[in-house]
Design a protein around this ligand. Structure first.
Ligand SMILES: Cc1cc2nc3c(=O)[nH]c(=O)nc-3n(C[C@H](O)[C@H](O)[C@H](O)COP(=O)(O)O)c2cc1C
Length: 180
């Protein structure tokens, strides 16, 4: 009997988290797992999934709102499954230790709102920023002199080697012999 599939569910505003979710899904498949991938807002049920990998970006000190909605909607189903979480946030490399500390602290305090959730893996990845594609609200926010995004150049600090390594380790943790 083949093991029930794993769902990779992601939230995204500008697509960078979706691309990371696709890489995570591809790596899990290479690790021998059956994997579906869907935007969180399109998920209708977790029935039939053994494990769920959640991916979301941070915005303004919070997880993307689709992640909040997903966590409350699927609370009971998630509590019964293996869950892994990754988030995107920092826009500079890891040498900007304070930015990374802040983003991790944001992620942890956001997840602390769901104390029933005990992820088997939790990771923060660098994100992508392109001022030329921002929607109106984000453009206005980034124009404020007090904003950390003010005057910031485009950046993409997604570390694909780290992403694949994390997902490779996850394939072991979520494999058919993983404890439920
Ligand atoms: C307006 C704005 C606010 C952001 N706020 C945060 C934040 O509070 N903390 C953080 O770590 N990253 C923050 N980021 C960085 C995003 O998480 C990063 O750009 C991510 O890659 C975006 O994902 P997406 O392309 O899937 O929407 C912000 C980015 C923008 C444009």
């Amino acid at each position: 009997m083949t093991a029930a599939p794993v769902l990779v569910a992601y939230a995204t505003r500008y697509g960078s988290t979706q691309e990371v979710a696709e890489e995570v899904a591809a790596t899990l498949r290479e690790g021998g797992l059956e994997v579906d991938i869907q935007p969180m807002r399109e998920v209708r049920t977790l029935k039939g999934y053994r494990a769920v990998v959640l991916g979301a970006p941070l915005y303004m000190g919070h997880l993307h709102k689709d992640a909040d909605a997903f966590l409350s909607r699927y609370r009971e189903a998630l509590a019964e499954r293996l869950v892994a979480v990754f988030a995107l946030g920092p826009l500079h490399g890891p040498s900007e230790a304070e930015e990374w500390r802040d983003s991790r602290a944001t992620l942890e305090s956001e997840l602390a709102k769901s104390p029933w959730l005990t992820p088997v893996a939790l990771e923060m990845f660098g994100g992508k920023y392109d001022p030329s594609t921002l929607g109106l609200t984000h453009r206005l926010l980034s124009a404020l002199p007090a904003s950390p995004l003010h005057g910031m150049a485009a950046s993409d600090v997604r570390d694909w080697t780290a992403i694949r390594a994390w997902a490779g380790g996850l394939a072991q943790k979520l494999g058919p012999n993983a404890p439920q």
